[in-house]
Structure formats: C-alpha cells, structure tokens
Design a protein around this ligand. Structure first.
Ligand code: FES
Length: 193
C-alpha cells in the first residue's frame, strides 16, 4: 500500500488500483493503443457474434518514472523533469514545500509535483515558484497563480482549471511519478503527447 493509493483509487477506481498495483490506468481511455507510453494487457468483456466474450485488450497506462530522491530535495527548490513523456507540454516540477499539501508524499506530506504549463493558454510557469505562498505564478501571459498546497487550484488570474498534478509514489528514498490528475494544456489526452 503506497501513500497515494487513495488518490490513485479515486481516479482509476479500486478495482484498477488493485489490479495494476503501482500503475495508473484511466478507465475512460481503455482500449487506446498508444506509442511512447507504457501499456498493459487486460481482459475485457465484449459483444461478439456468439454473445459476450472475454478478449485481451491493450490499454495505455502511465509510466512509472523515477524523478528524484527524497533525501536530495531541498525545501523550496524545484526540480524539473518531464512527464508522462518527453513530448510537448510535458515540462513539470517536483518540489518540497515545507508545508503539508494535497497529494503530498514523504514524512511531512509536503513533496508534490505539477505540470508547468498554465491551464489558461499554456503560459510557461518555469521560474515562477513562490516559496512564501507555496504557489506557481503569476503566469507571464495573464497572471494566473496556482496554489500547490491545494492540488494546483488557481488563486487568481484568467485560468479556471487547476494545474495538473503529477501523482507521486515514494519507494524508500526514490520518488516516482506514476500518474496525472488533470488534463495537461495542449493535449486532448495526457497520454497522447
Ligand atoms: S496563459 Fe496563463 S493566465 Fe493566460
């Protein structure tokens, strides 16, 4: 059982969370064949000429990617990484807030990760981390600021969607990205970069 199992289950459902263990599988994108992302084979029930039948299906899953070590994180010093792939709009940041946060991992539940692209029109949020407010922003385009302690909720500005949060898992000292909560700007599907 990992620290973010509850959040992962909330997104994927308990059955998927049990079945896939550490993987994140979004139900709504079952059956999507993908390239560049992890896949898994599951049995699904489909209508056939002979009635219902269980058939194997390849589904897209989020990769489990090592993005840092807990012992090496310094408070309020973001670490950049790309997730769920290296394609457009995958730029993300990992940060130890020094304050408990929604979805936070570690002994203080203060380590979180977010995508860097503003949900309004994709303004780049790199370099805008505010240590005092534990926020990203203001966005250089239209000044939206996002609260990193509350799942990336917007505080002010033009955006009306939260910043996508990268779901994290702690395995010993290793921090893994294992999924996403929210749609990345510029994508119609997070796994179709
Ligand atoms: S693009 Fe960020 S507020 Fe408009």
């Amino acid at each position: 059982m990992t620290e973010n199992t509850g959040l992962i289950e909330a997104i994927n459902g308990p059955a998927e969370a049990r079945k896939t263990g550490r993987s994140c599988v979004l139900n709504r994108r079952s059956f999507l064949l993908t390239s560049g992302v992890a896949t898994a084979t599951v049995m699904v029930t489909m209508h056939t000429a002979d009635g219902l039948a269980n058939v194997p299906a390849l589904v897209a899953t989020y990769p489990r990617k090592l993005i840092g070590k807990l012992s090496e994180l310094k408070p309020d010093e973001p670490l950049d990484f790309a997730y769920p792939d290296d394609n457009s709009y995958s730029e993300s940041m990992l940060v130890k807030l020094g304050r408990e946060a929604g979805g936070g991992i570690g002994p203080d539940k203060d380590v979180v990760a977010f995508n860097y692209n503003c949900t309004h029109q994709g303004g780049p949020l790199q370099g805008t981390y505010q240590a005092d407010d534990k926020a990203l922003g203001p966005c250089p385009l239209h000044l939206t600021t996002f609260d990193l302690t509350r799942h990336g909720m917007f505080i002010s500005g033009q955006a009306y969607q939260s910043l996508p949060q990268v779901l994290l898992e702690l395995d010993g000292d290793d921090i893994y990205a294992v999924g996403m909560f929210g749609l990345i700007y510029g994508r119609y599907d997070n796994l179709q970069g």
